[in-house]
Design a protein around this ligand. Structure first.
Ligand code: PMP
Length: 285
């Protein structure tokens, strides 16, 4: 049984309890993070915590934890849960109210919950060994604040299920102008003629930390050009390679979209080069 953290206490996950009057339960009124760690080494700890602190400030949840307090919590959870490949799941809600009323309550302390989830081992850098993914595509029907890592994920869950029900691993989404946004739980990249293209940061996508790290590594290395720009779905369907990134996936090659092969239908050379660079540099973040 894994060890979790709830409001100041470490306890077995099976014993963790929150009230049904918690606004996280009633309204999905909370912010979360998942930080990947491999044998006690985290990837992107500081940018993950900064994103969470930005999200909390944006939705007016007042929690005055320092970055060091979060680091202590993450370190303790890794130690108590035998290291390995762990996603450190951090979850802060507006807290437990005394009734169900939409307005932000006064004098309520946020609920802080954390536990660990198993994530896959570190990604291979060999295109003959990598697990390939298949995706569906669908019109993005989520809300207008996809840049906030809200615990209210019903829109994402419904989109993920669309792809899953069709026998695919993910669903990639496009807006009403047929422009790529992101996946239901990942960022998306379209590779054409050796250039890595990905949608720019705005309200339509989550500013992924894997995206942040990958783009920084690629730009510092300089051998693979990167463009953040609006991408019509016609370009997605004509891509040489498509990748997905997230904290648990690292960089994952997509070989099929809506039943049609992407490029050659196999993981490509740009993927292999990019994943090599990512694997070599990710622990610097
Ligand atoms: N977009 C969405 C909608 C996500 O849920 C996630 C995380 N699973 C990402 C992008 C990728 O973010 P990160 O690289 O920080 O895990």
């Amino acid at each position: 049984m894994s060890t979790a953290y709830l409001n100041g206490e470490y306890l077995p996950l099976s014993e963790a309890r929150v009230s049904p009057l918690d606004r996280g339960f009633l309204f999905g009124d909370g912010i979360y993070e998942v930080i990947p760690s491999y044998n006690g080494r985290m990837v992107g700890f500081t940018p993950h915590i900064e994103r969470m602190q930005r999200g909390l400030a944006t939705v007016g949840i007042n929690l005055d934890w320092s970055v060091e307090q979060w680091r202590e919590l993450c370190t303790s959870l890794m130690k108590m849960n035998d290291m390995g490949n762990l996603g450190l799941y951090l979850h802060v809600t507006r807290g437990q109210d005394t009734t169900r009323f939409h307005a932000y309550p006064e004098g309520v302390s946020p609920t802080v919950f954390a536990f660990v989830i198993d994530i896959p081992p570190e990604q291979t850098v060999d295109r003959n060994l990598v697990k390939t993914l298949k995706v569906s595509s669908a019109r993005d029907q989520r809300w207008q604040h996809c840049d906030i890592k809200s615990t209210a994920l019903l829109g994402n869950v419904m989109h993920f299920q669309q792809g899953y029900a069709a026998g695919n691993n993910e669903t990639i989404l496009y807006n009403e102008r047929d422009e790529l946004t992101e996946g239901s739980a990942c960022n998306v990249y379209v590779i054409k003629d050796g250039v890595v293209n990905t949608p720019p940061l705005d309200h339509q996508i989550l500013p992924g930390i894997t995206r942040l790290i990958l783009l920084d590594i690629l730009r510092k290395d300089g051998s693979i050009p990167v463009q953040e720009r609006v991408i019509p779905m016609s370009e997605v369907l004509a891509a040489d390679e498509i990748w997905l990134t997230s904290s648990s996936k690292e960089i994952a090659p997509v070989i099929m979209i809506d039943g049609k092969p992407v490029g050659s239908g196999e993981p490509g050379p740009v993927w292999e080069a990019a994943q090599k660079l990512y694997s070599a540099n990710k622990f610097n973040y």
